[in-house]
Design a protein around this ligand. Structure first.
Ligand code: AIR
Length: 380
């Protein structure tokens, strides 16, 4: 599609996927005067709490594809598992940001790694395994991180394999798939950079966040990161180069490792806002979700102002029930620096992202200890 001028408030934006990321997009779009049509097969998807139009059909429902196309003026997405076939189809008639090219890359780790290595971006040592038999020929020594090539997110489809027994167990459990096998890198920390691209060469970055994970799922995200400015700038430059190479528009996240020798390796690219960017709602003048709206409707994509330090704590699985237990006296409820976000998910599944707490202001060290205290209280 050729580019258009600014889509005015009052227009309807289509959102493929209706999770928390789509929910925050929808809130930002509503504030800016837009209507949003949220398409998610789950009738209770969080973003539908705010949507103007809501579609519950599977993503291949021809009737709903027509309804959606007739209703929306431009389209974005909020998770990688939206079928790329649908996006390719919608692209023929609508502006879709990001487009199917970036989506396909993010949907297949083999394609993603190939894109990164062929563009000479630093990545962890890896091998591709196209069927279970090929596990025998892997040259990378254990320990490995095994990742399914497709349909993985939030630690799903990922295993740490440290010895031959674990490899045998894994081979019993997995089925006809393809995988990326990565060396376990001795890294100092994980970080991510959110990039906004207008698709015409203008790329804007949010400063990096420092991220901690548990069981492959983001637990805390710290901003500003406890890193030298030089390393932060290096991470921003690298993220801009990676997203520049994609040649697409929208909000993207580049996840990275910082090694013990201060080398930065690119781990993953997400063609959407990111969990580690929730803080941009409270801690920056323009959130990643407003940036997603801006990039989509053709408003200028601009550098956000940093407002205050923040630490995000994700609320996972049954922790959501513990947090709402009225007998429990959580300090965070009497702490004016703590903002609670619950996504309104109806079913609690183990380790599912149910909400988050954003600790704001003051020093990062104080915010981290508040987040750690909350985590401890959730375990008791
Ligand atoms: N998401 C997308 N990629 C990674 C994550 N965490 C967000 C999106 C998606 C939601 O998580 O907002 O819709 C899916 O969450 P769940 O709990 O239904 O699996």
């Amino acid at each position: 599609m050729s580019s258009v001028s600014i889509l005015p408030p009052g227009s309807t934006l289509g959102m493929l996927g209706g999770g928390q990321l789509g929910g925050f997009f929808t809130e930002a779009a509503l504030r800016m005067g837009y209507k949003v049509a949220v398409w998610d097969p789950d009738p209770l998807a969080p973003a539908k709490r705010y949507s103007t139009y809501s579609i519950d059909a599977p993503f291949d429902d021809e009737e709903q594809i027509i309804f959606f196309s007739n209703t929306v003026d431009a389209i974005s997405l909020e998770w990688e598992n939206v079928p790329s076939r649908l996006v390719t189809k919608l692209e023929q008639t609508h502006l879709v940001k990001p487009g199917s090219k970036s989506l396909k890359l993010a949907q297949n780790r083999i394609e993603e790694k190939t894109f990164l290595s062929s563009n000479k971006f630093p990545v962890t040592p890896h091998e591709f395994v196209l069927n279970a038999q090929e596990f025998k020929g892997i040259k990378i020594p254990k320990p490995w991180i095994v990742k399914t090539a497709t349909l993985g997110y939030d630690g799903h489809g990922q295993w740490k394999i440290e010895n031959d027994t674990q490899e045998r167990e894994l081979l019993k459990a997995i089925h006809g798939e393809s995988w990326v096998i990565e060396s376990v890198v001795d890294y100092r920390l994980e970080m991510s950079v959110i990039i906004v691209s207008n698709g015409k060469g203008n790329l804007v970055a949010y400063p990096p966040t420092e991220n901690t994970h548990q069981g492959g799922i983001l637990r805390m995200s710290i901003s500003p990161p406890r890193l030298k400015t030089e390393i932060q700038n290096k991470a921003i430059d690298l993220a801009k180069e990676v997203i520049g190479c994609l040649d697409d528009a929208g909000v993207f996240c580049v996840e990275m490792f910082l090694t013990a020798t201060d080398e930065i390796l690119v781990n993953e690219i997400a063609p959407r806002p990111h969990n580690s960017g929730h803080h941009t709602i409270d801690a920056f003048s323009i959130s990643q979700y407003e940036s997603q709206v801006r990039a989509l409707v053709g408003l200028p994509v601009i550098e956000p102002d940093f407002l205050n330090a923040s630490v995000l704590l994700n609320i996972l699985g049954e922790e959501a029930d513990i947090l709402s237990d009225t007998d429990h006296k959580f300090e965070l409820y009497s702490d004016s620096s703590a903002r609670l976000y619950m996504y309104g998910k109806q079913s609690v599944r183990p380790r599912r992202k149910m909400g988050h707490v954003m600790f704001l202001g003051g020093s990062v060290e104080d915010l981290i200890s508040k987040a750690e205290n909350t985590l401890m209280a959730l375990k008791n």
